[in-house]
Design a protein around this ligand. Structure first.
Ligand code: HEC
Ligand code: HEC
Length: 437
């Protein structure tokens, strides 16, 4: 409401000034007491009328072009204004009343129109071109939150995942245990201290590092400060592996985390700057400037590997699909990160142990026979589909519930899910894996 008044005053102040002087003039020029009295009354009514008119004008703009669609309210305000002006200009009263009545009818009609289901049309939303460089750090952090979680304010929502996919592996709040990846709470504070001071990080710098990858690329060197540590973690996860979180069997030399600037996640440097800004700001810590963050990434991501700016797509929209179904099934498993949690026979890199081995040609039949099975699937493909779209309908023992994300129904196209189902139905214990088509 305060906004509305402000807008009304900005738009309508010349009108307001004109009307006000008119009223004051009529008050001053009134001859006798009775005329003065009615003058005061008219000034009062007139002021309210003028104000309502301005609110209506201001509101009218919002009503038409913005989401609130409060057109009837504007029209009713105009009606009220007309009737009030009728009091002030008795000679025009009839005309004003007719005008007011017409606005009232219009209000009724548009109100009725608003009850009907809304049909979007007429004003397509403007193409959003995000200019990260000129954003305030709070705006940048908001974009970062969208990229990580799919929307502003979604960081505490269980299962919220954006195109960055980080919450598939990481927890972001104190007390939430991540067995798959370190909890990222406190990251800005530990990045420049514990991490860089860890002898395993700094020992002999790049040359002496004992990890799958010594440097992000030849000559990249190692991080010199906290922001550079974060940039290196994102661009080259296997340059330093947090103890206990390496790929099983590699003795913490290799990280299961995908390099975020590469497919399937492919965040651009500016999107990464947004992600990092959120990581700082949400802990109440000032973030380095946009330029400093981008520079820290340029140290670890060579020019040729930098994803192009995504100018035609709004960043991090919650609606982005992880896979659209045009990919081969192995790529779909990669893109949706199934491989991070599941071992899938025949799919290279799918060595996860967080969930069951996906031998669904065999497993599905056993699951549907289990006395605890309460789902509605009667066939192998139906069971697989159900497991992907609603993982909690049946929780495979001894795995915990709520580990498998519940987002795939929205994040994978029907075509992509069909390819997964076709493939997994043919995977049987003890048989060679099916061909990828
Ligand atoms: C497939 C699982 C996975 C995904 C997806 C993932 N990470 Fe990671 N991340 C890990 C694992 C495991 C580690 C620990 C091993 C290591 O140091 O690389 C890690 C380490 C990190 C670290 C270093 C943490 C520390 O305490 O030093 C940061 C920072 C990080 N990830 C940020 C991110 C961000 C931001 C995203 C999303 C854009 C993301 N990760 C997506 C699995 C993942
Ligand atoms: C974050 C880890 C995680 C990710 C990512 C994940 N899953 Fe799972 N999945 C699990 C866990 C844990 C279970 C077992 C508990 C349950 O049934 O919910 C499971 C169960 C399943 C089952 C039932 C298996 C059976 O034998 O009955 C299927 C099928 C499945 N996942 C498919 C997928 C596919 C396909 C993807 C990728 C689109 C995927 N999962 C991604 C963790 C994950």
């Amino acid at each position: 409401m305060g906004e509305l008044v402000k807008e009304a005053l900005t738009i309508g102040w010349p009108l307001f000034a004109l009307l006000a002087s008119l009223f004051v003039y009529s008050l001053v020029s009134a001859k006798d007491g009775a005329a003065k009295k009615s003058g005061v009354f008219k000034v009062f009514i007139g002021t309210i009328g003028a104000f309502l008119l301005m609110v209506a004008i201001a509101h009218y703009k919002g009503s038409f072009y913005e989401a609130n669609r409060m057109l009837p309210v504007s029209l009713v305000l105009i009606t009220a204004t007309c009737f009030m002006m009728g009091v002030y200009f008795p000679s025009q009263a009839a005309l004003l009343k007719i005008g007011g009545f017409m606005f009232l009818v219009a209000a009724g009609l548009s109100g009725y129109g608003n009850w009907l289901p809304q049909v979007e049309g007429g004003f397509p939303p403007a193409e959003v071109k995000l200019d990260f460089q000129s954003m305030s750090s709070q705006q940048l952090a908001d974009e970062g939150e969208k990229i990580i979680f799919g929307g502003i304010g979604k960081n505490k929502e269980q299962g919220a995942v954006g195109k960055g996919q980080c919450p598939l592996c990481h927890a972001f709040h104190a007390g939430m245990l991540g067995e798959r990846a370190p909890n990222l709470v406190g990251l800005p504070a530990r990045a420049g201290k514990e991490r860089l001071e860890d002898p395993k990080y700094s020992k002999g710098k790049a040359a002496g590092r004992d990890y799958a990858q010594k440097e992000a690329f030849p000559g990249a060197g190692t991080a010199e400060n906290g922001q550079e540590y974060i940039a290196e973690s994102h661009a080259c996860p296997s340059c330093y592996v947090v103890a206990g979180y390496g790929v099983k069997g590699t003795n913490d030399k290799e990280s299961p985390m995908p390099a975020i600037h590469k497919p399937p996640i492919s965040l651009s440097l500016e999107e990464l700057a947004a992600v990092d800004t959120w990581l700082y700001l949400r802990e109440g810590i000032d973030a380095p400037s946009y330029e400093e963050i981008v520079k820290s990434y340029e140290k670890f991501v060579p020019e040729a590997d930098r994803p192009k700016k995504q100018e035609d797509k709004p960043a991090g929209g919650g609606g982005d699909l992880m896979a659209d179904g045009t990919e081969t099934v192995d790529v779909i498993f990669q893109k949706a990160q199934c491989v991070a949690c599941h071992t899938i026979p025949g799919i290279s890199g799918a060595k996860g142990t967080i969930g069951p081995v996906l031998e669904e040609g065999t497993n599905a039949l056993l699951r549907m026979k289990d006395k605890d099975y309460k789902g509605s699937a009667r066939t192998v493909p139906d069971y697989i589909m159900e497991s992907i779209v609603s993982p909690s309908v049946y929780v495979v023992k001894p795995f915990p519930d709520n580990t498998m994300p519940k987002i795939f129904g929205q994040k994978l196209s029907a075509g992509a899910i069909k390819k997964i189902v076709d493939y997994l139905s043919q995977v049987k214990t003890g048989s060679p894996p099916p061909k990828i088509s």
